[in-house]
Design a protein around this ligand. Structure first.
Ligand code: EPZ
Length: 422
């Protein structure tokens, strides 16, 4: 197993280009199943999670061809021969549930392994399933599989009991080919949903209200394969902005939609960092006067839970007290014990963490427990004294394309080496 060795204490300086969004690409790849023919997706990041969803649609009979040099994915969906997504695949990535909505719409049946618990919380999919039922599907859970059947889905009015990115995307994908009108209430407003919606509209879907709490969909008879470019990854962008902040360097992030990281920029600016922006870039510079902040994770446009661990790494280095309230996932603090091993002063009380900034983090051997917790350790290591060894870095391969190359290009001393103990 590979590990990262990071010699901290170097200010990052330079520019970094942001890759395509993982969390937009995943449902969009699944949505390509809705059309017969060849879909071309550009700006697809080369990530393990992308490989996994491609494996999922290949299981059903689709063909995929990914060119890493151009980040272009071609998907052929002419003959689907199977309706099952097996446990062995779903246990590696729960987002394979995105295949359920399009399969129900296109073929009227899917047997998909029900995802189990997750490192960051229980993460049930009851809202996805209730939405499918409301569209007329029969749902049974048997032997660990969700068996969903529908002769033809019918438009419906469905109110989500909680804002969910995955459920909004899945139910939207299921309803675009349904008979009649669907109205979805209490929808997620994340840019990822808007990117998926734009893709579906380009395919011929009739959707209104993207980016609001209420989405209206008029079912159409058929969708066509298209060529589409995935939007930039706002969480990757936020992570590199924080990398600039935590090393007190000057970092320009290119190929980003600044509005998508508005909540983070607002907080960094309140803390004293100097931020500037253009149409597709954001720059961060340090200042002498820095102070802590209070953040509460919330659905978009609030502060994203996916940047909670990264910003905590930054808070550990900021004079004074900072506070985080995690409201989205109930176990999303697995980075705390690892940051403490690097000397961080963090008190945890339920979903609230209180962070007292210290002068300098110290190096340690630490372990990633999930993607964003892993990013927090990389950020902490960039700011720490001496060399930190980070294990289980396969977690970061799921969501950060060319992480060590991008950080090195801005002056970080980071090496990916073989042979860690895991
Ligand atoms: C998406 O997960 C992202 N994953 C997550 O990113 C992200 O943290 C999360 O949205 C929140 O922004 C992908 O896009 C693949 P939710 P998702 O449904 O869709 C509860 C990363 O690191 N809920 O919006 O699974 C749920 O338990 C990942 O890139 C139900 O109770 O998140 C949570 O408390 C991790 N029942 C809340 O809703 C349901 O049926 C929000 O979850 C669905 C969700």
């Amino acid at each position: 197993m590979d590990i990262y060795k990071i010699k901290g204490g170097k200010k990052l300086n330079g520019e970094v280009s942001i890759s395509g969004s993982k969390n937009a690409a995943l449902p969009i790849i699944a949505a390509s199943l809705l059309a017969d023919g060849e879909t071309t997706l550009k700006n697809i990041p080369a990530l393990v999670d992308i490989k996994t969803i491609c494996k999922g649609i290949e299981y059903l009979g689709a063909k995929t061809d990914f060119d890493q040099n151009t980040n272009t994915l071609k998907i052929k969906t002419l003959s689907l021969k199977n309706n099952t997504i097996p446990y062995d695949l779903v246990k590696t990535m729960r987002a394979l549930y995105y295949i359920m909505g399009p399969m129900l719409a296109r073929t009227g049946e899917t047997d998909t392994s029900l995802p189990g618990g997750c490192a960051i919380g229980e993460r049930p999919i009851d809202i996805h399933l209730a939405g499918f039922e409301s569209l007329g599907a029969k749902i049974q859970i048997e032997h660990g599989y969700v068996k969903a059947r529908a002769k033809k889905l019918k438009g419906t009015k469905f109110v989500m009991r909680k804002v969910s990115v995955g459920a909004t995307a899945n139910i939207m994908m299921a309803s675009v080919l349904a008979n009649g009108e669907t109205v979805l209430e209490n929808c997620a407003m994340e840019p990822d949903i808007m990117d998926l919606g734009r893709f579906l509209i380009q395919m011929g879907a009739e959707i209104q209200g993207l980016g609001t709490e209420t989405i209206h969909i008029i079912g159409v008879k058929k969708l066509n394969p298209v060529t589409y470019t995935i939007m930039p990854d706002r969480i990757e962008a936020g992570t590199y902005l924080i990398a600039g902040a935590v090393t007190r360097g000057t970092v320009k992030i290119k190929n980003v939609i600044p509005d998508h990281i508005g909540a983070l920029m607002h907080n960094l600016s309140d803390m004293g960092f100097l931020l500037s922006q253009g149409d597709d870039w954001v720059k961060i510079e340090p200042s002498k006067k820095l102070k802590g902040a209070i953040i509460k994770t919330m659905p978009y446009p609030g502060f994203p839970t996916d940047l909670q661990a990264p910003i905590m790494a930054l808070f550990t280095t900021i004079p004074g007290i900072s506070v985080i309230i995690e409201t989205i996932f109930e176990k999303r603090y697995t980075h705390v014990p690892e940051l403490r091993r690097m000397g961080a002063d963090i008190t945890l009380e339920g979903d609230v963490s209180i962070i007292k900034g210290i002068k300098k983090l110290s190096s340690a051997t630490v372990m990633m427990s999930d993607l964003r917790a892993g990013a927090a350790l990389v950020l902490a290591a960039l700011a720490a004294e001496n060399t930190t060894e980070i294990r289980r870095i396969y977690h970061s391969d799921r969501g950060y394309e060319k992480l060590s190359e991008k950080l090195s290009s801005m002056g970080a001393d980071i090496k990916r080496v073989e042979g860690g103990k895991g």
